[in-house]
Design a protein around this ligand. Sequence first.
Ligand code: FAD
Length: 398
Amino acid sequence: MTTPSNEWTEPLWFDLTGEQKVLLGSLKDFLKAEVAPGARARDKSAKFPIELVSKLGQLGILGMQVPEQYGGAELDTLTTALIIEEIAAVDGSLCLTVASHNSLCTGHILHAGTPLQHKDWLPDLASGKSLGAWGLTEPGSGSDAAALQTRAEDFGDYFLINGSKVFITQGTVAGTYVLIARTDPARQGHHYSDGISAFVVEGSSSGLLRGKPEEKLGLKSSDTTPLSFENLKVPAENLLGNRGQAFKDVMEVLNGGRIGIAAMGIGLGRGALEIAAKYALERQQFGKSISTNQAVSFKIAEMALELEAARLLVAKAAALKDAGRDYSVAASMAKLKGSVAGVQACDYAIQILGGYGYIQDYEVERMWRDARLTRIGEGTDEVQHMIIARDYLKRFQS
Ligand SMILES: Cc1cc2nc3c(=O)[nH]c(=O)nc-3n(C[C@H](O)[C@H](O)[C@H](O)COP(=O)(O)OP(=O)(O)OC[C@H]3O[C@@H](n4cnc5c(N)ncnc54)[C@H](O)[C@@H]3O)c2cc1C
Protein backbone atom coordinates (compact mmCIF):
# COMPACT_ATOMS: atom_id res chain seq x y z
CA MET A 1 0.00 0.00 0.00
CA THR A 2 1.38 3.43 -0.89
CA THR A 3 1.71 5.50 2.26
CA PRO A 4 2.96 9.01 1.62
CA SER A 5 5.50 10.18 4.16
CA ASN A 6 5.06 13.45 6.03
CA GLU A 7 8.07 14.91 4.26
CA TRP A 8 8.29 15.58 0.54
CA THR A 9 9.73 12.51 -1.12
CA GLU A 10 11.53 14.75 -3.56
CA PRO A 11 13.46 17.72 -2.14
CA LEU A 12 12.04 20.97 -3.45
CA TRP A 13 14.32 23.72 -4.74
CA PHE A 14 12.31 26.42 -2.98
CA ASP A 15 10.89 26.86 0.50
CA LEU A 16 7.19 26.37 1.00
CA THR A 17 5.36 29.27 2.65
CA GLY A 18 3.72 28.68 6.04
CA GLU A 19 0.32 28.55 4.36
CA GLN A 20 1.50 26.01 1.78
CA LYS A 21 2.99 23.85 4.53
CA VAL A 22 -0.32 23.78 6.39
CA LEU A 23 -2.31 22.95 3.25
CA LEU A 24 0.10 20.30 1.97
CA GLY A 25 0.58 18.84 5.46
CA SER A 26 -3.14 18.38 6.02
CA LEU A 27 -3.51 16.98 2.50
CA LYS A 28 -0.79 14.39 3.15
CA ASP A 29 -2.40 13.38 6.46
CA PHE A 30 -5.74 13.06 4.69
CA LEU A 31 -4.27 11.00 1.83
CA LYS A 32 -2.53 8.66 4.21
CA ALA A 33 -5.49 8.16 6.54
CA GLU A 34 -8.45 8.26 4.20
CA VAL A 35 -7.44 7.84 0.56
CA ALA A 36 -4.59 5.31 0.37
CA PRO A 37 -6.35 2.52 2.32
CA GLY A 38 -9.34 2.34 -0.08
CA ALA A 39 -7.62 3.04 -3.42
CA ARG A 40 -7.51 -0.59 -4.48
CA ALA A 41 -11.09 -1.29 -3.42
CA ARG A 42 -12.32 1.73 -5.37
CA ASP A 43 -10.40 0.51 -8.42
CA LYS A 44 -12.37 -2.73 -8.13
CA SER A 45 -15.79 -1.23 -7.35
CA ALA A 46 -15.42 1.64 -9.86
CA LYS A 47 -17.66 3.65 -7.52
CA PHE A 48 -17.26 7.42 -7.54
CA PRO A 49 -16.09 8.41 -4.01
CA ILE A 50 -18.39 11.36 -3.42
CA GLU A 51 -17.66 11.47 0.32
CA LEU A 52 -13.88 11.72 -0.24
CA VAL A 53 -14.36 14.41 -2.85
CA SER A 54 -16.53 16.43 -0.44
CA LYS A 55 -13.78 16.24 2.15
CA LEU A 56 -11.28 17.53 -0.40
CA GLY A 57 -13.57 20.54 -0.77
CA GLN A 58 -13.21 21.25 2.95
CA LEU A 59 -9.40 21.13 2.53
CA GLY A 60 -9.52 23.78 -0.21
CA ILE A 61 -8.52 21.32 -2.93
CA LEU A 62 -11.56 21.95 -5.14
CA GLY A 63 -10.90 25.66 -5.59
CA MET A 64 -7.14 25.66 -5.72
CA GLN A 65 -6.76 28.65 -8.04
CA VAL A 66 -10.07 30.34 -7.25
CA PRO A 67 -9.63 33.76 -5.56
CA GLU A 68 -10.20 33.81 -1.81
CA GLN A 69 -13.14 36.23 -2.24
CA TYR A 70 -15.05 33.32 -3.83
CA GLY A 71 -14.00 30.80 -1.21
CA GLY A 72 -10.96 29.46 -3.06
CA ALA A 73 -7.42 28.81 -1.89
CA GLU A 74 -5.91 31.20 -4.49
CA LEU A 75 -2.81 29.06 -4.95
CA ASP A 76 -0.17 29.57 -7.61
CA THR A 77 0.15 27.06 -10.42
CA LEU A 78 3.25 25.30 -9.09
CA THR A 79 1.66 24.65 -5.68
CA THR A 80 -1.43 23.37 -7.49
CA ALA A 81 0.76 20.99 -9.51
CA LEU A 82 2.50 19.72 -6.36
CA ILE A 83 -0.90 18.94 -4.83
CA ILE A 84 -2.03 17.11 -7.97
CA GLU A 85 1.22 15.09 -7.97
CA GLU A 86 0.69 14.15 -4.33
CA ILE A 87 -2.88 12.93 -4.90
CA ALA A 88 -1.85 10.99 -8.03
CA ALA A 89 0.88 9.16 -6.11
CA VAL A 90 -1.92 7.65 -4.00
CA ASP A 91 -5.06 7.49 -6.18
CA GLY A 92 -5.10 8.30 -9.91
CA SER A 93 -8.90 8.34 -10.15
CA LEU A 94 -9.28 10.87 -7.35
CA CYS A 95 -6.50 12.88 -8.95
CA LEU A 96 -8.29 13.08 -12.32
CA THR A 97 -11.45 14.24 -10.55
CA VAL A 98 -9.51 17.00 -8.79
CA ALA A 99 -7.44 18.00 -11.84
CA SER A 100 -10.38 18.17 -14.25
CA HIS A 101 -12.71 19.91 -11.79
CA ASN A 102 -10.11 22.60 -11.05
CA SER A 103 -8.52 23.19 -14.42
CA LEU A 104 -11.28 22.53 -16.92
CA CYS A 105 -14.74 23.56 -15.70
CA THR A 106 -13.63 25.90 -12.89
CA GLY A 107 -10.59 27.03 -14.88
CA HIS A 108 -12.73 28.01 -17.87
CA ILE A 109 -15.15 30.05 -15.74
CA LEU A 110 -12.19 31.68 -13.98
CA HIS A 111 -10.49 32.49 -17.28
CA ALA A 112 -13.43 33.67 -19.38
CA GLY A 113 -16.20 34.51 -16.90
CA THR A 114 -17.43 38.00 -16.00
CA PRO A 115 -17.24 39.18 -12.35
CA LEU A 116 -20.95 38.35 -12.05
CA GLN A 117 -20.42 34.83 -13.43
CA HIS A 118 -17.50 34.39 -11.02
CA LYS A 119 -19.76 35.37 -8.14
CA ASP A 120 -22.58 33.10 -9.33
CA TRP A 121 -20.60 29.93 -10.08
CA LEU A 122 -17.21 29.85 -8.36
CA PRO A 123 -18.20 29.61 -4.64
CA ASP A 124 -20.09 26.32 -5.06
CA LEU A 125 -17.33 24.86 -7.25
CA ALA A 126 -14.60 25.92 -4.80
CA SER A 127 -16.39 24.43 -1.81
CA GLY A 128 -17.26 21.21 -3.62
CA LYS A 129 -21.01 21.82 -3.21
CA SER A 130 -21.09 21.48 -6.99
CA LEU A 131 -18.63 19.41 -9.02
CA GLY A 132 -17.59 20.65 -12.43
CA ALA A 133 -17.53 18.94 -15.83
CA TRP A 134 -16.23 20.29 -19.14
CA GLY A 135 -17.61 19.09 -22.44
CA LEU A 136 -15.49 19.58 -25.54
CA THR A 137 -14.90 16.14 -27.12
CA GLU A 138 -17.55 14.70 -29.44
CA PRO A 139 -17.93 11.38 -31.25
CA GLY A 140 -16.53 12.95 -34.44
CA SER A 141 -14.09 15.47 -32.95
CA GLY A 142 -11.28 14.64 -30.52
CA SER A 143 -7.80 15.89 -31.43
CA ASP A 144 -9.45 18.06 -34.09
CA ALA A 145 -11.60 19.71 -31.42
CA ALA A 146 -12.65 22.64 -33.61
CA ALA A 147 -14.59 20.24 -35.85
CA LEU A 148 -17.27 19.94 -33.15
CA GLN A 149 -20.88 19.77 -34.31
CA THR A 150 -22.93 20.49 -31.18
CA ARG A 151 -25.12 23.45 -32.06
CA ALA A 152 -26.29 26.34 -29.87
CA GLU A 153 -29.02 28.38 -31.55
CA ASP A 154 -29.58 31.96 -30.42
CA PHE A 155 -33.15 32.87 -29.45
CA GLY A 156 -32.32 36.23 -27.87
CA ASP A 157 -32.90 35.60 -24.16
CA TYR A 158 -31.69 32.03 -24.40
CA PHE A 159 -29.80 29.49 -26.50
CA LEU A 160 -31.03 26.00 -27.40
CA ILE A 161 -28.26 23.40 -27.44
CA ASN A 162 -28.51 20.15 -29.42
CA GLY A 163 -25.79 17.59 -29.95
CA SER A 164 -23.61 15.20 -27.97
CA LYS A 165 -20.30 14.84 -26.14
CA VAL A 166 -18.22 11.80 -25.23
CA PHE A 167 -15.74 10.91 -22.47
CA ILE A 168 -16.86 13.68 -20.10
CA THR A 169 -15.15 13.47 -16.71
CA GLN A 170 -17.75 13.99 -13.94
CA GLY A 171 -20.36 13.64 -16.69
CA THR A 172 -22.76 11.88 -14.30
CA VAL A 173 -21.92 13.49 -10.98
CA ALA A 174 -21.36 17.15 -11.89
CA GLY A 175 -23.67 19.97 -10.83
CA THR A 176 -22.05 22.54 -13.13
CA TYR A 177 -21.12 21.98 -16.77
CA VAL A 178 -19.17 24.10 -19.20
CA LEU A 179 -20.25 23.06 -22.69
CA ILE A 180 -18.61 24.05 -25.94
CA ALA A 181 -20.94 24.43 -28.91
CA ARG A 182 -21.11 26.04 -32.31
CA THR A 183 -23.20 29.22 -32.37
CA ASP A 184 -22.34 30.10 -35.96
CA PRO A 185 -21.51 27.85 -38.87
CA ALA A 186 -17.88 28.29 -40.00
CA ARG A 187 -17.69 31.28 -42.32
CA GLN A 188 -16.14 31.13 -45.79
CA GLY A 189 -12.44 31.90 -45.60
CA HIS A 190 -12.30 31.54 -41.83
CA HIS A 191 -10.87 28.64 -39.84
CA TYR A 192 -13.63 26.40 -38.55
CA SER A 193 -12.67 27.28 -34.94
CA ASP A 194 -14.51 30.53 -35.71
CA GLY A 195 -18.11 30.47 -34.44
CA ILE A 196 -17.51 28.34 -31.33
CA SER A 197 -18.95 29.49 -27.99
CA ALA A 198 -18.95 28.25 -24.40
CA PHE A 199 -21.83 28.08 -21.89
CA VAL A 200 -22.17 27.38 -18.20
CA VAL A 201 -25.04 24.98 -17.61
CA GLU A 202 -26.78 23.86 -14.43
CA GLY A 203 -26.63 20.11 -13.92
CA SER A 204 -30.37 20.04 -13.18
CA SER A 205 -31.34 21.52 -16.59
CA SER A 206 -33.84 19.46 -18.53
CA GLY A 207 -32.45 18.54 -21.93
CA LEU A 208 -29.06 17.64 -20.42
CA LEU A 209 -29.04 13.85 -20.77
CA ARG A 210 -26.40 11.64 -19.18
CA GLY A 211 -25.46 8.33 -20.80
CA LYS A 212 -24.06 5.20 -19.18
CA PRO A 213 -20.67 5.71 -17.49
CA GLU A 214 -17.83 4.15 -19.50
CA GLU A 215 -16.01 1.01 -18.34
CA LYS A 216 -12.33 1.91 -18.66
CA LEU A 217 -8.84 0.39 -18.58
CA GLY A 218 -7.99 2.40 -15.48
CA LEU A 219 -9.08 5.46 -13.47
CA LYS A 220 -12.05 3.31 -12.65
CA SER A 221 -13.54 5.38 -9.85
CA SER A 222 -13.34 8.55 -11.95
CA ASP A 223 -16.65 9.13 -13.72
CA THR A 224 -16.45 9.23 -17.55
CA THR A 225 -19.83 9.61 -19.25
CA PRO A 226 -21.25 10.54 -22.66
CA LEU A 227 -23.74 13.41 -22.71
CA SER A 228 -26.45 14.40 -25.14
CA PHE A 229 -28.45 17.59 -25.40
CA GLU A 230 -32.02 17.75 -26.59
CA ASN A 231 -33.24 21.33 -26.80
CA LEU A 232 -31.19 22.18 -23.72
CA LYS A 233 -32.29 25.73 -22.85
CA VAL A 234 -29.50 27.93 -21.53
CA PRO A 235 -30.09 31.57 -20.48
CA ALA A 236 -28.18 34.11 -22.61
CA GLU A 237 -26.34 35.35 -19.52
CA ASN A 238 -24.66 31.91 -19.26
CA LEU A 239 -22.61 32.57 -22.39
CA LEU A 240 -18.98 32.36 -21.24
CA GLY A 241 -16.63 34.77 -23.01
CA ASN A 242 -17.34 36.32 -26.40
CA ARG A 243 -19.87 34.68 -28.68
CA GLY A 244 -18.13 32.78 -31.48
CA GLN A 245 -14.67 33.36 -30.00
CA ALA A 246 -14.47 30.63 -27.35
CA PHE A 247 -11.96 28.45 -29.14
CA LYS A 248 -9.00 30.50 -27.95
CA ASP A 249 -10.37 30.24 -24.39
CA VAL A 250 -10.65 26.46 -24.89
CA MET A 251 -6.97 26.34 -25.92
CA GLU A 252 -6.00 28.40 -22.87
CA VAL A 253 -8.00 26.08 -20.58
CA LEU A 254 -6.30 23.06 -22.15
CA ASN A 255 -2.86 24.64 -21.71
CA GLY A 256 -3.52 25.06 -17.97
CA GLY A 257 -5.00 21.56 -17.79
CA ARG A 258 -1.90 20.08 -19.42
CA ILE A 259 0.25 21.25 -16.51
CA GLY A 260 -2.11 19.33 -14.22
CA ILE A 261 -2.07 16.17 -16.36
CA ALA A 262 1.75 16.34 -16.42
CA ALA A 263 1.76 16.48 -12.61
CA MET A 264 -0.68 13.57 -12.53
CA GLY A 265 1.65 11.44 -14.70
CA ILE A 266 4.59 12.38 -12.48
CA GLY A 267 2.65 11.52 -9.31
CA LEU A 268 1.60 8.09 -10.59
CA GLY A 269 5.16 7.38 -11.76
CA ARG A 270 6.52 8.53 -8.41
CA GLY A 271 4.12 6.27 -6.52
CA ALA A 272 5.30 3.33 -8.63
CA LEU A 273 8.97 4.31 -8.22
CA GLU A 274 8.64 4.38 -4.41
CA ILE A 275 7.11 0.90 -4.40
CA ALA A 276 9.73 -0.43 -6.86
CA ALA A 277 12.69 1.02 -4.95
CA LYS A 278 11.56 -0.49 -1.62
CA TYR A 279 10.84 -3.82 -3.30
CA ALA A 280 14.19 -3.90 -5.13
CA LEU A 281 16.06 -3.40 -1.85
CA GLU A 282 14.14 -6.18 -0.09
CA ARG A 283 13.81 -8.82 -2.81
CA GLN A 284 16.58 -11.43 -2.79
CA GLN A 285 17.45 -13.55 -5.85
CA PHE A 286 20.70 -15.43 -6.53
CA GLY A 287 21.59 -14.79 -2.88
CA LYS A 288 21.56 -10.97 -3.03
CA SER A 289 19.22 -8.02 -3.23
CA ILE A 290 17.97 -7.51 -6.81
CA SER A 291 18.85 -3.78 -6.40
CA THR A 292 22.52 -4.72 -6.67
CA ASN A 293 22.00 -5.64 -10.34
CA GLN A 294 22.54 -2.72 -12.68
CA ALA A 295 19.69 -3.97 -14.86
CA VAL A 296 17.45 -3.12 -11.89
CA SER A 297 19.20 -0.11 -10.33
CA PHE A 298 19.63 1.66 -13.68
CA LYS A 299 15.87 1.40 -14.18
CA ILE A 300 15.43 3.09 -10.79
CA ALA A 301 17.89 5.79 -11.90
CA GLU A 302 16.06 6.35 -15.18
CA MET A 303 12.69 6.56 -13.46
CA ALA A 304 13.98 9.12 -10.94
CA LEU A 305 15.75 11.12 -13.65
CA GLU A 306 12.84 11.27 -16.08
CA LEU A 307 10.33 12.16 -13.37
CA GLU A 308 12.58 14.92 -12.06
CA ALA A 309 13.11 16.29 -15.59
CA ALA A 310 9.34 16.31 -16.07
CA ARG A 311 8.88 18.06 -12.72
CA LEU A 312 11.23 20.83 -13.85
CA LEU A 313 9.25 21.27 -17.08
CA VAL A 314 6.09 21.53 -14.98
CA ALA A 315 7.78 24.20 -12.85
CA LYS A 316 8.81 26.13 -15.97
CA ALA A 317 5.33 26.05 -17.48
CA ALA A 318 3.78 27.00 -14.11
CA ALA A 319 6.19 29.93 -13.66
CA LEU A 320 5.49 31.25 -17.17
CA LYS A 321 1.73 30.93 -16.61
CA ASP A 322 1.82 32.78 -13.31
CA ALA A 323 4.02 35.50 -14.84
CA GLY A 324 1.34 36.05 -17.49
CA ARG A 325 3.68 34.95 -20.27
CA ASP A 326 3.01 32.56 -23.15
CA TYR A 327 3.30 29.08 -21.68
CA SER A 328 1.54 27.00 -24.33
CA VAL A 329 4.63 25.21 -25.67
CA ALA A 330 6.07 24.80 -22.17
CA ALA A 331 2.75 23.22 -21.09
CA SER A 332 2.87 20.82 -24.06
CA MET A 333 6.46 19.86 -23.24
CA ALA A 334 5.59 19.31 -19.58
CA LYS A 335 2.51 17.27 -20.50
CA LEU A 336 4.37 15.07 -22.96
CA LYS A 337 7.32 14.50 -20.65
CA GLY A 338 5.24 14.05 -17.48
CA SER A 339 2.86 11.54 -19.02
CA VAL A 340 5.47 9.50 -20.90
CA ALA A 341 7.82 9.46 -17.88
CA GLY A 342 4.91 8.47 -15.63
CA VAL A 343 3.80 5.55 -17.81
CA GLN A 344 7.41 4.42 -18.27
CA ALA A 345 8.03 4.51 -14.51
CA CYS A 346 4.92 2.41 -13.86
CA ASP A 347 5.98 -0.05 -16.57
CA TYR A 348 9.49 -0.36 -15.11
CA ALA A 349 7.99 -0.82 -11.65
CA ILE A 350 5.97 -3.80 -12.93
CA GLN A 351 9.19 -5.23 -14.41
CA ILE A 352 11.13 -4.75 -11.17
CA LEU A 353 8.40 -6.46 -9.17
CA GLY A 354 8.38 -9.37 -11.61
CA GLY A 355 5.29 -11.56 -11.25
CA TYR A 356 4.16 -9.58 -8.22
CA GLY A 357 4.05 -6.46 -10.38
CA TYR A 358 1.30 -8.11 -12.40
CA ILE A 359 -0.77 -8.86 -9.30
CA GLN A 360 -3.26 -6.32 -7.98
CA ASP A 361 -2.07 -6.44 -4.35
CA TYR A 362 1.14 -4.65 -5.29
CA GLU A 363 -0.65 -1.68 -6.88
CA VAL A 364 1.82 -0.86 -9.65
CA GLU A 365 -0.42 -2.45 -12.28
CA ARG A 366 -3.23 -0.10 -11.20
CA MET A 367 -0.84 2.84 -11.44
CA TRP A 368 0.18 1.80 -14.97
CA ARG A 369 -3.47 1.50 -16.03
CA ASP A 370 -4.28 4.88 -14.49
CA ALA A 371 -1.21 6.60 -15.92
CA ARG A 372 -1.96 5.43 -19.47
CA LEU A 373 -4.74 8.02 -19.79
CA THR A 374 -2.30 10.88 -19.27
CA ARG A 375 -0.86 10.18 -22.74
CA ILE A 376 -4.35 10.59 -24.29
CA GLY A 377 -6.50 13.10 -22.37
CA GLU A 378 -6.19 16.88 -22.90
CA GLY A 379 -4.23 16.32 -26.10
CA THR A 380 -2.52 13.09 -27.08
CA ASP A 381 1.25 12.57 -27.28
CA GLU A 382 0.97 13.20 -31.02
CA VAL A 383 -0.87 16.50 -30.52
CA GLN A 384 1.85 17.68 -28.11
CA HIS A 385 4.52 16.70 -30.66
CA MET A 386 2.66 18.73 -33.29
CA ILE A 387 2.55 21.82 -31.04
CA ILE A 388 6.23 21.57 -30.08
CA ALA A 389 7.42 20.91 -33.63
CA ARG A 390 5.30 23.72 -35.11
CA ASP A 391 6.73 26.18 -32.60
CA TYR A 392 10.31 25.10 -33.15
CA LEU A 393 10.18 24.98 -36.94
CA LYS A 394 8.65 28.43 -37.26
CA ARG A 395 11.89 29.95 -35.95
CA PHE A 396 13.61 28.90 -39.16
CA GLN A 397 10.81 29.52 -41.65
CA SER A 398 11.00 32.68 -43.70
C1 FAD B 1 -10.82 8.91 -19.28
C2 FAD B 1 -11.03 10.05 -20.23
C3 FAD B 1 -11.46 11.27 -19.72
C4 FAD B 1 -11.70 12.33 -20.59
N1 FAD B 1 -12.22 13.51 -20.11
C5 FAD B 1 -12.64 14.47 -20.98
C6 FAD B 1 -13.37 15.61 -20.50
O1 FAD B 1 -13.62 15.77 -19.29
N2 FAD B 1 -13.81 16.51 -21.42
C7 FAD B 1 -13.57 16.39 -22.75
O2 FAD B 1 -14.01 17.24 -23.51
N3 FAD B 1 -12.88 15.31 -23.23
C8 FAD B 1 -12.41 14.35 -22.39
N4 FAD B 1 -11.73 13.24 -22.85
C9 FAD B 1 -11.46 13.13 -24.28
C10 FAD B 1 -9.98 13.25 -24.66
O3 FAD B 1 -9.52 14.57 -24.50
C11 FAD B 1 -9.82 12.71 -26.09
O4 FAD B 1 -10.01 11.31 -26.03
C12 FAD B 1 -8.49 13.05 -26.71
O5 FAD B 1 -8.38 14.43 -26.94
C13 FAD B 1 -8.26 12.31 -28.03
O6 FAD B 1 -9.34 12.42 -28.86
P1 FAD B 1 -9.97 11.08 -29.54
O7 FAD B 1 -10.16 10.10 -28.46
O8 FAD B 1 -11.15 11.47 -30.35
O9 FAD B 1 -8.81 10.55 -30.48
P2 FAD B 1 -8.52 10.98 -32.00
O10 FAD B 1 -8.40 12.45 -32.10
O11 FAD B 1 -9.47 10.29 -32.90
O12 FAD B 1 -7.07 10.36 -32.21
C14 FAD B 1 -6.84 8.97 -32.42
C15 FAD B 1 -5.34 8.79 -32.65
O13 FAD B 1 -4.95 9.51 -33.83
C16 FAD B 1 -3.90 10.41 -33.50
N5 FAD B 1 -4.01 11.61 -34.35
C17 FAD B 1 -5.11 12.37 -34.56
N6 FAD B 1 -4.82 13.40 -35.37
C18 FAD B 1 -3.48 13.29 -35.65
C19 FAD B 1 -2.57 14.07 -36.42
N7 FAD B 1 -2.96 15.17 -37.08
N8 FAD B 1 -1.28 13.67 -36.46
C20 FAD B 1 -0.87 12.56 -35.80
N9 FAD B 1 -1.70 11.79 -35.05
C21 FAD B 1 -2.98 12.16 -34.98
C22 FAD B 1 -4.09 10.73 -32.04
O14 FAD B 1 -2.90 11.25 -31.44
C23 FAD B 1 -4.49 9.37 -31.51
O15 FAD B 1 -3.35 8.58 -31.32
C24 FAD B 1 -11.44 12.18 -21.99
C25 FAD B 1 -10.97 10.97 -22.49
C26 FAD B 1 -10.79 9.89 -21.62
C27 FAD B 1 -10.35 8.58 -22.20
